[in-house]
Design a protein around this ligand. Structure first.
Ligand SMILES: Cc1cc2nc3c(=O)[nH]c(=O)nc-3n(C[C@H](O)[C@H](O)[C@H](O)COP(=O)(O)OP(=O)(O)OC[C@H]3O[C@@H](n4cnc5c(N)ncnc54)[C@H](O)[C@@H]3O)c2cc1C
Length: 558
């Protein structure tokens, strides 16, 4: 079967997270009636320790169970990982999304599973979208309001145009057309030209040296940093490798995003209780929950290799022997939290894991009595408050309307990097006060505090020993590290002492910060583990490893 006819059943014209580094059609692999593959009968029931019950861990655990293997999931805190939906006390279904909250429709593998477990989604109230209603941009002490870009002063349109032109100069439309058509040759040719050019250069470098932006005053660059190319606040990413940003825009990750009604954490939780399909060798009705007697095993404290098997010690000192291991926790934890034999990975891979750079992120939410922001200010005839982007402390304020008669939710502040660090030492109460103070300067006549009900909630992912950061944000020069981690599931060429332990999740992905990357890398690991046990994909439905040589990410050499 060729790549071309394998792609027949994807929705034509849809931009999806199809590469650009490894343009494998995960959505087609998942939806093919033949399933992902099989393992030989003697391998059935072999145990795979899955470190982490986040999205990558549960997607992989579910698919390994489907194959007839026995995943054993370890988790020190709660199922869900960085999909963490905090339900406000006494308000069923009213949630604050402390981790992932907006999911691009281009994340077709993510939505494959969201649909599979019956989750509903709705448009996310991003700036200048219909779902936001009204957007307020407050920059350098001046406040602008609009529902669409056209309603803002022309400088904002000039910024948007400069960004479009800058992207066009590196072949943006041609790459998007190639993704739409799933034209692997064109996509790879174009993308592989950009990788060596932009791996070593930052997002800021791209903006500052682009002919269109450099013609414009510095203030326009500041506006771009604030409003970005869709969801706001992108100046926190200015030091990142430009390749990170290009992947996001080429695959439309920052456009057409949806929220999961009732909270995204439901996805990993429902995978935990999803019965196997009829294809699985496990008896009808088997779930991850039933295989575990209801709860995951405790967090992992150590991983050692012994006689070709793995000894996994949990935090309370119990050792369990497993046939294989899949680590989905943040890579740094393999050195800070989990005592891992150094021989499990090559020194080059350790280098990649340890050099991984995480972005910091903080969010603070309050529940309010109702979506009062929609009240009309008689003086202006506009809603009293809107989705707000500002250069003040709060940076991004998002408004979640659960219906006129239900409590609503405000994400008072969502920040990254240095803006997140400003909040780090403070408790939730102080964070709310600082946020209300900043918003009070933008909305002097709106008494937000008078609407707050229930307890506020906050998070700083970098402050949590189970995460140490929000998500990977690769720095210039990190492409090779990405490549080493990403390609590790192809284990045929590895020394036997390094085989049988796999990696998956956000920071292994070329698309960090997007749940889609966690899902795709989990599927790579499933293929790797399936073949490790002597299994194979169905001949009509080749998997990522079967096509790896053909689609392989560009090797920049060491
Ligand atoms: C603030 C924030 C905003 C985001 N926004 C978006 C967004 O809008 N859209 C989007 O698509 N994505 C977003 N993401 C990214 C998305 O949430 C992640 O890509 C995805 O949830 C990562 O899943 P994972 O399974 O790779 O990792 P995780 O969810 O981190 O799962 C790893 C698990 O390992 C566990 N673990 C840690 N130590 C151990 C141990 N010793 N033993 C066993 N287990 C251990 C952790 O507790 C965790 O549950 C966001 C993330 C953050 C933090």
């Amino acid at each position: 079967m060729t790549i071309a006819n394998m792609l027949d059943d994807h929705e034509p014209g849809l931009i999806s997270v199809f590469g650009p580094d490894f343009p494998f059609a995960y959505d087609n692999w998942l939806s093919h009636p033949a399933g992902l593959g099989s393992v030989p009968e003697p391998a059935r029931g072999a145990t795979v320790a899955v470190v982490g019950a986040g999205l990558a861990g549960l997607v992989a655990a579910y698919e390994l169970m489907e194959l007839g293997l026995r995943p054993v999931v370890y988790e020190p805190t709660r199922v869900g990982g960085r999909l963490r939906s905090h339900e406000f006390e006494g308000a069923e279904g009213v949630v604050a999304e402390l981790g992932g909250m907006r999911f691009p429709v281009s994340g077709t593998s993510f939505f494959h599973y969201a649909n599979r477990v019956g989750l509903a989604s709705a448009p996310f109230p991003n700036p200048l979208t219909e779902a936001a209603g009204s957007t307020v941009i407050d920059i350098a002490g001046r406040t602008y309001r609009g529902r669409t870009l056209d309603e803002l002063p022309p400088e904002f349109t000039a910024v948007a145009r400069a960004w479009d032109e800058a992207l066009e100069q590196i072949g943006f439309t041609a790459m998007q057309d190639a993704i739409r058509a799933r034209d692997v040759d064109t996509l790879k040719k174009r993308w592989n030209e950009l990788v060596p050019l932009w791996d070593g250069r930052t997002f800021y470098d791209f903006v500052a040296t682009s002919p269109c932006f450099s013609k414009l005053p510095f203030r326009y660059r500041e506006m771009f940093g604030l409003v970005g190319f869709g969801t706001g606040g992108w100046d926190s990413d200015f030091p990142n490798s430009m390749l990170e940003i290009l992947r996001v825009v080429i695959t439309n990750c920052d456009t057409d995003q949806r929220l999961i009604v009732g909270g995204a954490e439901q996805l990993p939780r429902r995978l935990w209780t999803l019965p196997v399909s009829e294809r699985s060798p496990w008896p009808r009705g088997t779930t991850l929950e039933s295989l575990h007697g209801g709860v995951p095993r405790p967090g992992v404290a150590a991983i050692h290799r012994q006689d070709g098997l793995f000894v996994v010690r949990d935090r309370w000192g119990t050792d369990r022997i497993h046939d294989a291991v899949l680590a989905t926790c943040q890579g740094w934890l393999l050195t800070t939290q989990i005592e891992s034999d150094e021989s499990l990975f090559s020194q080059d891979l350790w280098m990649a894991l340890d050099r991984t750079r995480y972005m910091q992120s903080s969010k603070t939410f309050v529940m309010v009595d109702r979506p009062f922001w929609k009240d009309i200010d008689p003086a202006t005839g506009r809603p009293v408050m809107g989705m707000t982007l500002t250069d003040r402390l709060t940076r991004g304020t998002y408004l979640f309307d659960n219906g006129q008669d239900r409590p609503a939710v405000i994400c008072l502040t969502y920040t990254w990097m240095s803006d997140a660090l400003k909040m780090l030492p403070y408790d939730v109460e102080q964070r709310v006060r600082l946020s209300l103070d900043a918003l009070g300067k933008i909305y002097p006549n709106v008494d937000i505090a008078s609407h707050i009900v229930g307890d506020p909630v906050t998070v700083s992912w970098e402050d949590d020993p189970h995460f140490l950061g929000a998500f990977k944000g690769a720095l210039p020069g990190h492409y090779r590290y990405n490549h080493r981690m990403y390609a590790h599931f192809m284990q045929e060429g590895l020394p036997s002492a390094e085989r049988g332990i796999f990696l998956a999740g956000d920071d292994v992905s070329f698309m960090p910060g997007w749940a889609e990357g966690a899902v795709q890398t989990a599927l790579n690991a499933v293929w790797g583990i399936m073949t490790h046990f002597g299994g194979a994909s169905h001949p009509d439905n080749p998997g990522p490893g079967d096509l790896f040589d053909e689609l392989t990410p560009l090797d920049l050499g060491e």
